[in-house]
Design a binder for this molecule. Structure first.
Ligand code: AMP
Length: 215
């Protein structure tokens, strides 16, 4: 099954995508993570990606489509979960076209509805294990032993440079202006499902699984 997660930054798309990967042998395609990997290489493209991300702006569509298309061709297990893409109606249209060329389609688009102010608190407190990528939060999801990753035992953690409040607000504004207009696009195609993104991680996972079972 091929699905898209839509929701503002910090809605929990990455957390839920990682759970589906494990449970259903699907592959998470997180465009933000892909770009952070490119940025970490320090190449010319990487430096440009870092500049754009730190400003809370968007990378060019053609580059994004190319990155995703190449990743889908490598291995998408029993389906993929797109997290962070599409972000504009144009990207949604290009995605449909690219998938159709591969004989693929989207089965479900899940919108996570959230309260924006609560999200700012969620985002500015989050961090992840440098070794395995497991996600944590200063307040809502601390490692069981302080300073030690529950999953891999690692002791180094990262915070995203674009999780600063000012950048978070710019990213939310971009979501409202550019991404919210995608909702009717998928609504018209009959694939859109909306869930309550303010529930607990477990409850949201339950809602998503229920949605996928009837899809
Ligand atoms: P995210 O981790 O999804 O919040 O993405 C972090 C940053 O990567 C965004 O603020 C953008 O600068 C860039 N990015 C991620 N996905 C896209 C996309 N679909 N189109 C353009 N830029 C993107």
């Amino acid at each position: 099954m091929n699905i898209v997660f839509l929701g503002p930054p910090g809605a929990g798309k990455g957390t839920q995508a990682k759970r589906l990967e494990t449970k259903y042998n699907m592959v998470q395609l997180s465009t933000g993570e892909m770009l952070r990997q490119v940025a970490a290489t320090g190449s010319e493209l990487g430096q440009e990606a870092k500049r754009v991300m730190d400003a809370g702006q968007l990378m060019p569509d053609t580059l994004m489509i190319q990155l995703i298309s190449e990743r889908i061709d490598q291995d998408c297990g029993d389906g993929f979960i797109l997290d962070g893409f599409p972000r504009t109606v144009r990207q949604a249209e290009s995605l449909d076209q690219m998938l159709a060329e591969k004989g693929l389609k989207l089965d479900v688009v899940i919108e996570m509805k959230v309260d924006e102010e609560a999200l700012v608190a969620r985002i500015t407190g989050r961090f992840s294990c440098s070794g395995c990528g497991a996600g944590y939060h200063d307040e809502f999801q601390r490692p069981q032993v302080a300073g030690v990753c529950d999953t891999c035992g690692g002791s180094e953690f990262d915070r995203r440079a674009d999780d600063k409040e000012e950048t978070v607000r710019a990213r939310m504004e971009a979501y409202n202006l550019q991404t919210v207009p995608i909702l009717p696009y998928y609504g018209d195609k009959g694939v859109l499902r909306t869930i309550d993104g303010m529930a607990s991680i477990e409850e949201i996972a339950g809602q998503i699984e229920a949605t996928l079972e009837v899809a």
